[in-house]
Design a protein around this ligand. Structure first.
Ligand SMILES: [Zn+2]
Length: 246
């Protein structure tokens, strides 16, 4: 074992390896994952945001190794993005990048866990889809059931997914305008939906991006399934030159 790569579904301050406010696991905020796991495992530990690891997996193990500029969007109970710029992960100043889920979509919308209102997550996360569809369902729903209901042609489910896809496309259009990626890869628990979710995302992108950016940016589903983030964790470890040479 060369080392351990750990993905956390929340923002991580890279200066300290600490989970910061805004994580979907509020009880993890302030915990120094890096120190804790290094002490327990006694091997080199690398920690990153799960969407960053998903993005890294796409260019390391996935079919997109030739892409230099790529946005990976993880759509689950939260929404996050990992940015590959000029062939590598982009970390910004302190490591908090790709907070796509907190793009404002409706400023009078629902209150978000980040404290703002009408963020993308309040419109397009699987948690939001579930609460919308549970209003008329017989019992509690899961993301897997939403996928099945959509594939079965359930009208309400398709409508909710269409609204969510349009909002994701709109949010991603702003990022695409800034960085002009080759590719937007959608990951998370809804990838089995294929074009049911991709079509509204493409419409949202085309509607809100600069025309040539919208027209030349490919939008596709990730092919690594729910292993993407774990494969990204392995890629982080294997990308450390000091570990490979020794
Ligand atoms: Zn928010």
């Amino acid at each position: 074992v060369l080392g351990a790569g750990i993905g956390i579904p929340g923002p991580i301050d890279r200066r300290t390896g600490t989970v910061v406010q805004g994580a979907i696991l509020p009880e993890w905020v302030g915990i120094n994952i890096l120190e804790t796991f290094t002490e327990r495992l006694q091997i080199p530990v690398f920690i990153d945001n799960d969407a960053n690891l998903g993005a890294l997996a796409q260019v390391t193990w996935g079919p997109h190794s030739a892409a230099d500029n790529l946005i990976f969007v993880k759509v689950g109970s939260g929404i996050g993005a990992g940015l590959i710029l000029n062939g590598g992960l982009f970390y910004g100043n302190v490591g908090i990048t790709g907070e796509l889920g907190h793009t404002t979509i409706d400023e009078h919308g629902l209150v978000c866990r980040c404290g703002n209102r009408g963020c993308l997550e309040t419109v397009a996360s699987t948690a939001t889809m579930i609460s919308l569809l549970e209003r008329t369902s017989q019992g509690p729903l899961t993301a897997t059931e939403i996928v099945q209901m959509a594939l079965d042609g359930d009208t309400a489910t398709l409508r909710v997914l269409d609204d969510a896809g349009l909002a994701i496309g709109r949010a991603v259009a702003h990022v695409a305008n800034l960085i002009n990626p080759e590719l937007i890869v959608i990951g998370g628990s809804l990838t089995a939906l294929g074009n049911i979710l991709l079509d509204p995302i493409r419409r949202g992108l085309l509607r809100h991006a600069v025309p040539i950016v919208g027209e030349t940016t490919k939008v596709t589903m990730g092919s690594l399934g729910d292993r993407a983030e774990a494969l990204g964790g392995a890629a982080v470890v294997l990308s450390q030159p000091s570990l490979i040479s020794s």
